[in-house]
Design a binder for this molecule. Sequence first.
Ligand SMILES: [Zn+2]
Length: 345
Amino acid sequence: MNRRQLVKSGFALPLAWMMRAQADEPVLVGDMHTHFFFRDGQHKTTPIAETMTGGKATLVAWALSGDALWIGEQKGRGFVQTSVPKPGETFGWFQRELQRIRRQLVRQNLKLVRSGRDVEAALAGEPHVVLAVEGANFIEGDIGRVKVAYDLGVRHLQLVHYSRNTLGDFQTEKPEHGGLTDLGQEVVRECNRLGILVDLAHATRECVTQALAVSRAPMVWSHGSVTAGNPHWSMIGWKARLLRLADAKAIAGKGGVVGVWALRQDIGKDLDSYADRLAALADQLGDDHVAIGSDLNGLGPHSLVNELADLQVVIGHWRKRRLASARIRKLAIGNYARVLRETIR
Ligand SMILES: [Zn+2]
């Protein structure tokens, strides 16, 4: 039956209605990297539960910045290390900050992702937070602290950030370890054993390669973007932070996922540009290996994503561009959910 026959037969209306209903059906979103508690009082911290529900964001990683007290913004460079923590200080900060976050979660009646079942619940529409740490400096020299973090609810651990630590080299400073340290390798294995997703964002290419060789589970690069060029630590912050295409492919090759940040300088002028960049990266890495990693509240005035609800604009743009709905679901939430499920059990 062609369209005209359909119209004649009176089926056109219900069919159009059905198609429309499908197009209007909300798409749940996830975000592999946000900061709701970047610094005390620095950003809106309430009411997050409502913004998650309103934005249909049901699987959102909240990253505690593990070196927040020892870094600062330097004109022309971006974030750099400004001081050296004394022994025990990063662990103390981690514990205090995590308690504060957990109090907020309780106050707002928000659920934590602790198991694969929680990921399923998030996919079914119930908002969940993935407790993440950006920069595992709190480990210092004690592998036992990975278990401490696990017991406190951490399920997503980024090894390095903007300051020197015992685990490995990061992109924005001259490397000192030649990649991942022995302890860093142990941390990856311990994360595999316990069920914590390892995040390679900010790590040098050597660090990425070595972590991929060690890990039994897929890993993510939660936020950033991919370049055909060769980033170097001496470049301005955000350019040094790009991920080489070969490394992105290696992460994807092991079942991992690369997240795209919403940094205006890199991505373009608006949320449509952000949506297009995500889709373009999926063309390069495959539909199963790209996700949203907006870095909400972490990019200051340079962010294209300023509310979780903005991510629904991204979905609207994908629909306008007629991306297949299966593809939209993967990019929006499915890929982060899958990699979590394969890791945290
Ligand atoms: Zn970051």
